[in-house]
Write a protein that binds this ligand. Structure first.
Ligand SMILES: [Zn+2]
Length: 328
């Protein structure tokens, strides 16, 4: 897709005191067009630009609702700078009810950045975001939730490093967002997944983070409100809104790790998302489909359980629980 057909987004960011709705259009392998919804809220006065994305995983819904609500409520006359909201990035996965992956090509969009304009559907969506939207913004927030088989406690991830200004802004956004756990990782962490959107944006010099709020593919009010309130508070940190922020408590974590299922079968969890567990504490048992216990899984370290698989079934070898270590 030529820049010309998407040039309305740059024009909308540069227009003052307006709300503009339209689609980022991209050409698929079969020559059909895919339209990704974009809402640009441009303040009356110039300032920073924040890009917020949701539904990169198509069945993670609270961020979608949060962005639609927030863009409806914001008054451009009160803003210095711009919010670009993309409430549903992975349109095919959203309507196809995909879990983690886009049903069209079986790929996980949040492992595909920066994308490829000649690639499959998921790679082209990633490329459209990095080529058309990323150059317009100073900061990036990517909203996620527990997908259909995941229970989780609200938390976020950000990268330590980059330019001094980038690091200060990123930390400011992370600490104000309003989730109980903040997972800090080095910018060049080799153990983290590659191809994630917020990490790619951070490597390009953007203040960027990934926020998780919500669980099990539900559209729960509490999860929506955490996302909406957090983005609004970040607009204040960036100077786009001028509202007084009351501090919200959080705990800083690092060194996340996964437990992999030692067998397939029926999963019973003995720890809950958000729980602090001790070294050696029993986390889960796995039974075979005759109901006989085939594995007991203790935690190897004292840590906080951030999310876990919440279906009765568990697949042999899959990472079924994620933890991170308190920094203090
Ligand atoms: Zn996700």
């Amino acid at each position: 897709m030529s820049n010309e057909q998407n040039s309305w987004m740059k024009a909308a960011v540069e227009t003052r005191n307006a709300k503009t709705k339209g689609e980022l259009q991209l050409l698929l392998e079969n020559d059909e067009l895919l339209g990704i919804p974009v809402i640009v809220v441009s303040g009356a006065r110039p300032g920073a630009t924040l890009l917020v994305t949701a539904a990169i995983h198509g069945s993670e819904f609270p961020g979608v609702e949060a962005l639609l609500r927030l863009t409806e409520k914001l008054d451009p006359a009160e803003m210095r700078g711009t919010l670009i909201a993309v409430p549903i990035v992975n349109v095919p996965s959203f309507y196809g009810r995909g879990i983690f992956n886009n049903p069209a090509d079986g790929k996980n969009l949040n492992r595909m950045f920066p994308g490829n304009p000649q690639g499959t559907e998921t790679e082209r969506i990633a490329y459209a975001i990095t080529s058309e939207l990323m150059p317009l913004c100073d900061a990036v927030i990517d909203l996620h939730s527990g997908d259909l088989p995941e229970d989780l406690s609200p938390h976020l991830y950000y990268r330590r490093g980059g330019t001094p200004e980038q690091e200060i802004t990123t930390r400011g956004m992370a600490e104000c967002f309003g989730v109980p756990y903040i997972v800090e990782l080095p910018l060049d962490d080799k153990n983290a997944f590659s191809g994630t959107w917020y990490h790619y944006a951070a490597l390009q010099g953007k203040a960027a983070m990934l926020v998780e709020s919500g669980r099990q593919g539900l559209v729960e009010e509490s999860a929506i409100q955490i996302h909406e309130r957090g983005v609004r508070r970040c607009l204040c940190i960036l100077g786009i809104l001028q509202e007084t922020l009351m501090p919200l408590a959080f705990e800083r974590l690092s060194n996340f790790f996964y437990l992999n299922a030692p067998a397939g079968g029926l999963l019973t969890m003995y720890a809950h998302a958000g729980e602090r567990v001790a070294e050696g504490q029993l986390i889960a048992t796995i039974r075979n489909h005759f109901g006989e216990v085939v594995a007991e899984v203790p935690s190897p370290k004292a840590a906080v359980l951030l999310y876990h698989i919440s279906t009765l079934s568990v697949i042999n070898g899959e990472p079924f629980a994620e933890f991170a270590i308190p920094m203090s």
